[in-house]
Each structure stands twice: as C-alpha cells, then as structure tokens.
Design a protein around this ligand. Structure first.
Ligand SMILES: [Zn+2]
Length: 257
C-alpha cells in the first residue's frame, strides 16, 4: 500500500506546517495566502456581503483591521459608486456583530461555533476569556491553549476593532451538536481517536442514535437500518468526518490527514 506523506511546508509561504488535532496549519502570521483567506472567512462569518477575493484585491487590504480603517471615499474610488457605497454600508453594519459571530470569524485553530457557544454561557465579552473561563466553559485543553495564545498575541488587534466584543446571551440552554459514528471510519483509525478530536472541538459523542443525536457520521456509506432511522428523524448525515472539522476553522493551509 502506498504511504501518503503529509506536506511539510506551506504551499504559499514555505513555512513549516504544524499538526493541531490531525489538521495541518501554517503558523506564519504573515503568510499571504492565509491573510487573504482569513479576511474572506471574517467577512463571511460576520456577514459582510460582497467581500470576496477579487474585491479584497481591489481594495488592496491584508488584515481584518484594515477593513475598519477604510474611508467611504476610498471604497467608492476603488469599487465604483454603487458597489462601493453598498460595501461600505455592509462594513459599517458589521460593527454590531456580537462576539458570538466575531470569535469564530478570527480563524483561531479549533475555535469555531461550538467552542464559542460554550464560552458565551460563561463570559460577558471576549475580554473575559482566560484560563478560568475556558475551564468553566468546558473547552478541551488544546482548544483553550490555542485560544489563550491567540488572545495574548492579539490584544492590540482586538482593541483596534470597533466591536463591543460582547456575547449575546441566547435563551437556548444548549445548542450543542451531538454526534454518533456508525460503521467503519476511513478518516481515523479508530472511533476512539475520532471521538477525542470531536470532544476537543466541543461535540458530544454518543455510541448509539439517541434522541439528542443531531449528526450521524457514516463514512462507510452503507445504508444500514440505523442510518435509515436517523435520516427519517431528521438527523444530519455526513459521509466524511472532515466536513465537521472544517467548519471549525477558516484556515486555508489545513490538509486532511
Ligand atoms: Zn503559509
């Protein structure tokens, strides 16, 4: 059997790649490809419409904070009256994005919607995030470490943003996704290994399809009775575990194992 070796360097900036929970990351904060994708991811997550790759190039911006330094005249000059005015309004509107949208928008490894929802139950704002609140929120140790390291390095970046950094409290007690794995896995050697990764990302993992299961992982693609039953009761069925992992970060330089 051929052994596939993961790449050792970032295809864009040639920095060495680092594994975080079986996903490869380029850790170079100045990596051009990453900055572009980070900005795209940010716009998408805080719902700024019309900020795709070509618009980012036209605006000639690199960093998320650059967005908020743009003057209206500048945007109009680069994009034209109609598009420019529209985009500027979109950017202005995004000032109101709560931390619930903001935090997953920063492309912090392992910190997606799930970790954010947990933090929102114990923190008032992003400034409240520390070792204690991460523990209280029930974040896995790796996720907490990634988040705290990120926060340490990004204090000035955060302070430069126009957002309140406040979490919106939802009435829902839990919007946690519950995962069940059925059949043989192809992306991980064992269910235990996959469970560890999912737990780290904040998913609960059940061994059978109980009422609270929201996602069924069926990598074998075999349409068993279990799969049928789950489908009938409206459970999301995914055939590749990486679909679930990718929604948790906006980093481009990740490569599946
Ligand atoms: Zn890179």
């Amino acid at each position: 059997m051929a052994v596939i070796m993961p790449p050792s360097e970032c295809p864009s900036c040639k920095s060495p790649l680092v594994f975080v929970n079986h996903i490869l990351y380029c850790k170079n904060t100045a990596c051009g490809e990453k900055l572009q994708k980070k900005l795209e991811n940010f716009a998408q997550k805080v719902k700024i419409k019309g900020l795709g790759p070509s618009t980012i190039k036209k605006l000639d911006i690199q960093y998320v904070e650059d967005l908020y330094y743009l003057e209206k005249e500048e945007v109009v000059e680069k994009l034209g009256e109609k598009l420019g005015t529209k985009l500027f309004e979109e950017i202005k509107k995004s000032h109101d994005a709560p931390a619930n949208l903001l935090l997953p928008a920063f492309s912090i490894p392992l910190v997606g919607a799930t970790a954010t929802a947990k933090l929102a139950t114990v923190c008032n704002d992003i400034w409240d995030i520390d070792t204690d609140s991460c523990t209280k929120a029930g974040l896995g140790p790796k996720t907490a470490q990634e988040l705290l390291d990120w926060k340490d390095e990004n204090i000035f970046f955060l302070a430069a943003l126009p957002h309140s950094m406040k979490f919106e409290k939802t009435n829902k007690t839990s919007n946690q996704e519950v995962v069940c794995i059925t059949g043989k896995l192809s992306s991980y050697k064992t269910k235990a290994e996959a469970t560890t990764v999912l737990n780290e990302l904040g998913y609960e993992v059940k061994s059978s399809v109980t009422k609270d299961v929201t996602i069924l992982v069926n990598e074998s693609g075999i349409e068993s009775a279990k799969v049928k039953k789950a489908r009938e009761s409206g459970v999301t069925i995914i055939t590749n575990l990486s679909d679930l992992l990718e929604t948790n970060n906006g980093d481009t330089s990740q490569v599946d194992r």
